[in-house]
Write a protein that binds this ligand. Sequence first.
Ligand SMILES: [Zn+2]
Length: 136
Amino acid sequence: MTSRPTVRTYRSARTSGGVGGVVVEVADDGVVQGVLRHQLWSSPTGMQWGFRGQGPRDLARSLLIDATGDLLTCSACHGRGGQAECRSCRGGYTLAVTEEAAFEAEVVSGLGPQWSLTREEICRWREARHAPDATV
Ligand SMILES: [Zn+2]
């Protein structure tokens, strides 16, 4: 018997804390699990969306890393790598800077004040753009 895969949803939310009063919530099958972990690379002041910049870049990075599970975790440093500590990754993850930039440009910069994305939508974007078979 196979169980139905969990539907993970990312959505904008307002908060009294956080940076600029906005956070991204993560919900599994509609049950909020917490806020999306900020995978800091470009924007120490937090994640944002709706324009091009460092905040949206970090949201793109954080969404891609979370949505792909452990797929992008660096096998050399097991995700621990600081910005200068590991030569095999950036910040513990082997996410290409081109992919991060493309997701920011094509998806995150176009998000409105209120939005939601599913993990499936993110993975489909990724597969369409970086289909492993495309290099065969
Ligand atoms: Zn590493």
